[in-house]
Write a protein that binds this ligand. Structure first.
Ligand SMILES: [Zn+2]
Length: 440
């Protein structure tokens, strides 16, 4: 068998919609575009639909999504369907084309919100996974086989929940398993009640060099690196989709060139994870190192403490706000779940089955909207960056504020309790700024 190559892009933006209007407010830092979704769309999502490649004196257009393994955050697809429907349609078409070509689709599902699943309780994990799967089926018209975990954040319960929902595999970083499986082949993690799940461990060196080491813009070096794949091995690269175009200008062209060469290669076979799993059922068993993620060297501390990980290395760190923000959101979610369970006890099927069935979008009773707000407020981007006053943390605070307004006569108590948990004056000041809907 020829060695196989899988290139995966995780395409995602923090949700930016004002929860009071459902529209994205202007983000001046994204100028000249209206907001960052529009900016990254122009730099990455749109160009990747069709990239012109010059090889051996001939120009060809490469529909990148047709040949790339990918996951798109449901909240990003939701925005794209409204604001860039031609790209949304191209992504859905690309998945269908890959099913025709390989027998298995390129697209992986994701939880509806980009939340750190190990930080959520089992019931919230299950709802997020069910909402994500429902959204996937609605868009792609098929059941998902693979599931991308936000920040690849994992614990055993997370895998057990996705396996219980019928998911066959996920993708992890090398440091997240006890032993990296041989030759890039999928391995198995044993779970509850006789369940198990397959995990692909991406090639850490290659992925790092694509994301940060210059391969993303150098098709020749990247091709050489892939040509070194040993016989019978699978070389899988997993990076953020925005690597191509947004993070690295010209990355779209290099990626398309590499894909174009792989499609014509006599040495290598270009495939996707689901197709590779079908031909390589796991034989090895590995155990998880948990909880861990791909973007925090300290497990999942980045989303609940001042672990030291940050974006700007040249300014003194000031992430002491992360722990109180996590405490405040966790407290609020618990309170809201209590109100929901009490006031929603007569919802058909019971409150929790009703929440799952209602889905993440569309019209729903006030109580379900309140629950949606509590889950939206767990979006990981709120903690990922350096400052609680940044647009991503503010977004999480806006979701919290909006959920609080939906809590009826409990609103006053929730607002007071939330402010107490936020602690420091600066945290509270930023929260208070989110209480008024901002004009777009
Ligand atoms: Zn960290």
């Amino acid at each position: 068998m020829k060695p196989a190559v899988i290139i995966h892009g995780h395409f995602y933006q923090p949700p930016r919609e004002n929860p009071w209007t459902g529209q994205v407010d202007a983000e001046p830092s994204a100028a000249p575009e209206h907001d960052w979704n529009a900016r990254v769309t122009k730099e990455s999502y749109l160009p990747l639909v069709s990239v012109e490649v010059e090889e051996e004196g001939k120009n060809t257009r490469v529909p990148v999504y047709d040949y790339l393994s990918f996951d798109f955050g449901p909240t990003l697809l939701d925005w794209m369907e409204r604001e860039a429907p031609e790209i949304h349609d191209a992504v859905l078409r690309a998945d269908r084309a890959s099913v025709t070509r390989l027998g298995h689709g390129n697209a992986l599902a994701m939880p509806f919100h980009h939340i750190i699943l190990p930080l959520a309780n089992r019931r919230d994990k299950t709802t997020e996974v069910r909402w994500g799967i429902a959204d996937f089926k609605k868009r792609f018209g098929r059941d998902p086989v693979g599931f991308w975990l936000p920040e690849t954040a994992v614990d055993r319960e997370t895998l057990d929940v996705i396996a219980a929902e019928g998911i066959a595999f996920t993708v992890l970083a090398p440091h997240q398993v006890s032993k990296v499986p041989e030759r890039g082949l999928p391995a198995k993690v044993e779970l509850n009640d006789g369940r198990s799940i397959a995990v692909f461990v991406y090639n850490g060196g290659l992925s790092h060099d694509v994301a940060f080491g210059g391969l993303a813009t150098d098709a020749n070096r990247w091709t050489d690196a892939l040509n070194a794949t040993p016989p019978d091995a699978i070389a899988s690269v997993a990076v953020d989709g925005e690597t191509w175009g947004h993070h690295h200008k010209g990355g779209d062209k290099a990626l398309a060139t590499v894909l174009h060469r792989l499609l014509r290669s006599e040495k290598l076979e270009l495939t996707n994870f689901a197709a590779a799993l079908a031909t390589h059922p796991p034989t090895e068993t590995v155990t998880l190192i948990e909880p861990t993620s791909w973007s925090c060297a300290h497990g999942i501390e980045r989303w609940r403490s001042n672990c030291g990980d940050r974006i700007k290395q040249d300014v003194p760190p000031h992430q002491e706000w992360r722990a109180p923000l996590r405490a405040a959101i966790d407290w609020l979610a618990d309170e809201i779940h209590g109100i929901y369970e009490r006031e929603g006890r007569d919802l058909p099927g019971g409150p929790w089955a009703f929440r799952d069935a209602a889905g993440a979008t569309g019209s729903a009773p006030r109580l379900v909207d309140m629950e949606r707000g509590a889950l939206s407020a767990m979006t990981s981007c709120g903690w990922f960056f350096d400052d609680i006053a940044g647009i991503e943390a503010r977004q999480v605070l806006r979701y919290a504020a909006h959920a609080i307004t939906l809590a009826g006569n409990e609103s006053g108590r929730l607002e007071a309790g939330f402010i107490e948990k936020l602690g420091e004056d600066r945290n509270v000041e930023v929260f208070r700024q989110t209480l008024q809907p901002t004009p777009s």
